[in-house]
Design a protein around this ligand. Structure first.
Ligand SMILES: [Zn+2]
Length: 363
């Protein structure tokens, strides 16, 4: 079934990266709780409208109301917005804040350079795993390098970027939503473009998932596509983890929708979604002709199969405004997630992070 319902690109697991739990040393601290000052929209509004040059600067070079990220030696403003209105307000204020910093010449924006050269003529190469990390409570182990040819050594040794890419995921997604499922992180490449990231179950333990990111496709100056992709990949874990899917029930014994991973539990988000939007639809479950059903799918990719559909709809649920008009099925699909309070909380949490991370790289 996996080939038919190819929700997730399956990679070849190289043998050297399994069972490395004992080797967690010199872990990289992913979430740095030191020096975090959360701020309300009201407080921030007041600060933005004050004269910034009059404000106190701490020893770490950040304004007192800012938080300091030691790993990347950056200052940022930490806030959590609970409603769209509040998030929008923070977004506007943050723009204004950065403009003011620019005027003061107080901070410079993240260097506007492409870290890796674009090669227009690059051809897709087979997926090459560069480095694997174990994930333990949000921490990465030391990396385990695969043997690669010389042309990949720069990618392989760029540990800062390996960390940066994973950190973006950890920043966006609250750890309680992946702690029990995500156990490995791989840096790979299949050349520029093609697959930016994917998730899959570990070959030796279907209860454990890994996240793989293509370092050649990562561009710190254009985080939007990267963030979109991370949210999409997370949606697969959210909808296909062991609490949602019974991996032990095979296709013949499954009375609910059978994803490539197993049989969806009746209580799962995905089974409810499937019953509402796929059961009885006048198309099959595979490669729906998007152009005949544009009103049913949030993106062309969503028409690939139900698994990609729910991942794309979830991503739109997080990134777009709540649909005000539900006359189209694609809007109903976004609206579906609003029935779950915990997912609305999750949405607000990710949106708070998105506002921050999109402009965080100011020192
Ligand atoms: Zn996907």
């Amino acid at each position: 079934m996996k080939s038919i319902l190819s929700i997730i690109i399956i990679s070849i697991l190289f043998s050297g990266c399994a069972n490395l739990d004992d080797n967690l040393n010199e872990s990289v601290e992913i979430e740095n709780d030191e020096n975090i000052n959360s701020i309300s929209v009201k407080e921030f509004d007041k600060i933005v409208n004050s004269r910034l040059e009059k404000l106190e600067v701490s020893d770490n070079g950040c304004f007192e109301f800012e938080s300091y990220d030691a790993e990347f030696d950056e200052c940022y403003v930490d806030f959590v917005c609970d409603t769209d209105k509040e998030c929008d307000k923070f977004d506007v204020l943050y723009d204004k804040y950065l403009d003011k910093l620019d005027d003061l010449d107080f901070g410079s924006e993240f260097e506007d350079v492409d870290i890796y050269n674009d090669d227009e003529n690059s051809e897709k190469v087979l997926e090459i795993t560069l480095t694997s990390y174990d994930i333990n409570k949000g921490l990465l182990s030391e990396g385990y390098n695969d043997d690669v040819s010389d042309e990949y050594l720069d990618f392989q040794s760029d540990i800062k970027t390996h960390n940066l890419m994973f950190k973006e995921f950890v920043r966006l997604i609250p750890s309680k939503y992946f702690d029990k499922d995500l156990f490995e992180y791989k840096v790979f490449t299949d050349g520029k473009d093609e697959t930016l990231a994917y998730v899959s179950q570990l070959e030796n333990d279907e209860n454990k998932w890994f996240l793989a990111i293509d370092i050649a496709d990562y561009n710190p100056n254009d985080l939007k596509e990267f963030q979109y992709t991370l949210i999409h990949e997370f949606a697969h874990i959210l909808t296909l983890n062991k609490n949602q899917v019974d991996y032990d029930i095979n296709f013949d014994e499954c009375y609910n929708y059978y994803s490539g991973e197993g049989c969806l539990k009746s209580s799962s988000y995905f089974e409810k979604y499937y019953n509402l939007f796929w059961k009885g639809a006048d198309y099959g479950i595979d490669n729906v002709d998007y152009y005949s059903y544009e009103n049913d799918f949030v993106t062309e990719y969503a028409a690939t199969n139900p698994g990609e559909d729910i991942a794309e709809s979830f991503t739109q649920f997080v990134l777009s405004k709540k649909p005000s008009d539900l006359s189209l099925i694609k809007d109903e699909k976004i609206n579906f997630f609003y029935d779950f309070d915990e997912l609305v909380d999750l949405r607000n949490s990710i949106r708070s992070q998105l506002i921050k991370t999109s402009r965080q790289r100011v020192q």
